[in-house]
Design a binder for this molecule. Structure first.
Ligand code: MV4
Length: 613
């Protein structure tokens, strides 16, 4: 077993890995950026190394700085956690080539499963059902039409390099094929540096069911049962549970064994998750996550197996000491992601100080976090500040215990989605386990979320939700603040009515989802001049529709050009913020008259990015 492990991550997963190390008597090394020097994982580790003053998330992505910190600390191995570098085959290979041990699947295994068509072919070899469609990239509209002729519309055109919610275009009729194929190829090139796309039959309302795998370096492959992650918002998981309420014993057996066959075919080792779409009693391979996942906790609760500890033991060469028959699913567990977001404001990220942070306890209640009362939540990173995991004898008891635990979870000083979770515990579809992956995005009535935040949100967090007609979502005290803003040389007196945290002065009527912000007025913003690097002013012209940034971040890619026609919902650019890639979309169609950003630009909240006529 290792003597010392460097955990190349932060937040709750860093503590989770460090606790597994402590259980094994292994010393721990943390890394941190300047923004994180007082963070929980730094406090918890036996030692900590600064990996750079670079912008918050970048430090954790600096391959050389992380490996150098491992060398300085005299670490034997590196655990990546999830996110950041966890599925970066290039980094895994650098660690493999160093004197440190990589705790995870090999770089080769990552690459074999990272390309979607290769992964689909490999799964077919292992007799794992894949969604009907192509396992080779398609080039032409004719090929797409051929698949649709065989399986019927709708079909899904997917980017080879895609994943998560990205790179999927639904084609509902033949006359959409050309435009959707061209868009999918263009976005594949822009976002994943890979224009290859493939085609599948589109399943209208599938569930997302995934199987936890553990495989050692001696040929032993076990599955630890499945998790149901169907409750997602814009492809972000919100609540996960084990076992799935949608599977019967036969389907459970089949999906678990299929996952084992698939990873064996891929010569995979360590922990991994095989994701499936489930619809009408059938399951279809979607992709493999070659890392530990946020929601591994519910599997641990129902199997009693410490997945992270096994990651360390497998990487140290140990054999799995249990057979597949030894794996038993006992009871039910549900994980609630505690995100610093205001559910009543389209789940906009929230920042502030944890004036009160008092997690629940008692039987069957686990809280994985790395924060404590008084911590600042800045918004430099992912919005998840904790995970509440509730376990019980069955799903009914688990739901009841969840109500108690969530009602005990006291957080004040910034908005969290605890009120949203408490709403879901009253929701018929969720309680019946009948929600599909589309439920939150297409079925749940938004006003129910507003009412839940009014009812269960903390005072400072219920900044209220505006129904768009200038009425707030509740009856809290309104404060009026007057601002004078100067835009493009013109001064405006602006009165803002706000409840709760002081508002951000807004040059335009800003959008609420990085979408068209509204018309009127000019605006300016600064951008480094290429030659001098000094800030130069970029003037927004005309009074067209504006698409503005919802949050501060970096432009990863730009998907439109001036003069281009766009439709409602088209992605105009991808903004990286808080370790997430966010599609910035138009709410209305039109012609692009100004593109004010380039790849690599840093933008602030409310910056105008694109203008449409
Ligand atoms: C699909 C699908 C329906 N049919 N593929 C979305 C993210 C990416 N992992 C694949 N996804 C989907 N692929 C076919 N052939 C529906 C989705 C999908 C989805 C899948 C799992 C969880 C949430 C989702 C939300 C929207 C769409």
């Amino acid at each position: 077993m290792f003597n010392k492990v460097l955990v190349a991550n932060r937040g709750e997963i860093a503590l989770r890995v460090m606790r597994a190390c402590r259980d094994l008597g292994v010393r721990t090394v943390a890394i941190y950026s300047d923004a994180d020097k007082h963070a929980g994982h730094v406090r918890f580790a036996d030692e900590a190394y600064n990996v750079g003053p670079a912008r918050a998330a970048d430090s954790y992505l600096d391959h050389e700085a992380v490996i150098e910190a491992g060398r300085k600390a005299g670490a034997d191995a590196v655990h990546p956690g999830y996110g950041f570098l966890a599925e970066n085959a290039e980094f895994a290979r650098k660690v493999e080539m160093s004197e440190l041990t990589w705790i995870g699947p090999s770089a080769d295994a990552m690459e074999r499963l990272g390309e979607k068509t290769k992964a689909r072919s490999l799964m077919q070899e292992a007799d794992v059902p894949v969604v009907p469609g192509t396992t080779e990239p398609v080039e032409s509209a004719a090929e797409v039409k051929e698949i649709a002729a065989e399986y019927g519309y709708p079909v899904a055109i997917k980017a080879e390099g895609g994943g998560g919610g990205r790179g999927l275009k639904v084609v509902r009729s033949e006359d959409e094929v050309e435009s959707q194929l061209e868009t999918a190829q263009r976005e594949g090139e822009a976002y994943f540096d890979n224009a290859s796309v493939y085609v599948e039959k589109y399943l209208e309302a599938p569930r997302h069911v995934e199987v936890q795998i553990l495989a050692d370096e001696h040929g032993n492959v076990r599955h630890l049962g499945e998790r149901d992650c169907s409750l997602q918002r814009r492809h972000q998981k919100v609540i996960e549970e084990a076992p799935s309420p949608a599977l019967d014993a036969d389907l459970r057996e089949r999906i678990g064994e299929a996952a084992r066959r698939g990873v064996s075919e891929a010569d995979y080792t360590n922990a991994g998750t095989v994701e499936f779409l489930v619809e009408d009693g059938e399951f279809y391979f979607m992709e493999v996550n070659t890392r530990i996942q946020v929601e591994h906790t519910v599997t641990e609760e129902v199997t009693g197996i410490d997945v992270v500890k096994w990651q360390l033991r497998v990487a140290a060469g140990e054999e799995l000491d249990f057979s597949q028959d030894d794996v038993e699913i006992d009871g039910h567990a549900i994980e609630y992601r505690i995100n610093a977001e205001n559910a009543a404001d389209e789940f906009a990220p929230a920042t502030g100080t944890l004036e009160t942070y008092d997690p629940p306890g008692g039987i069957g209640v686990r809280v994985d976090d790395a924060v404590r009362q008084g911590d600042e939540i800045g918004g430099d990173y992912d919005s998840m500040i904790a995970k509440l995991i509730v376990a019980a004898g069955d799903r009914t008891e688990c739901l009841a215990r969840s109500e108690r635990a969530l009602s005990e979870f006291e957080i004040e000083g910034l908005a969290t989605i605890v009120p949203f979770h408490r709403l879901m515990l009253t929701d018929e579809a969720f309680r019946a386990g009948e929600h599909s992956t589309k439920y939150l995005d297409e079925e749940l009535d938004r006003t129910r979320i507003d009412r839940a935040v009014e009812k269960w949100g903390s005072a400072d967090a219920s900044a209220g939700s505006n129904d768009g007609d200038g009425n707030d979502g509740g009856d809290g005290d309104m404060t009026e603040r007057e601002f004078t803003v100067e835009v493009n040389g013109k001064r405006f007196e602006v009165n803002l009515e706000e409840r709760g945290a002081p508002p951000v002065p807004d040059l335009d009527a800003v959008g609420n989802g990085g979408s068209t912000a509204g018309r009127g007025g000019g605006a300016t913003r600064s951008r480094p001049d290429e030659a001098t690097g000094d800030d130069a002013e970029v003037v927004v012209e005309g009074d067209g529709e504006r698409v503005s940034a919802e949050m501060q971040g970096t432009i990863l890619s730009v998907g439109v050009e001036e003069g281009e026609e766009v439709a409602a919902g088209d992605v105009v650019c991808v903004l990286e913020a808080m370790k997430m890639e966010n599609d910035v979309v138009t709410e209305r169609g039109g012609t692009v008259t100004q593109v004010l950003i380039e790849e690599g630009d840093s933008v602030d909240m409310d910056d105008v990015l694109v203008v449409l006529e």
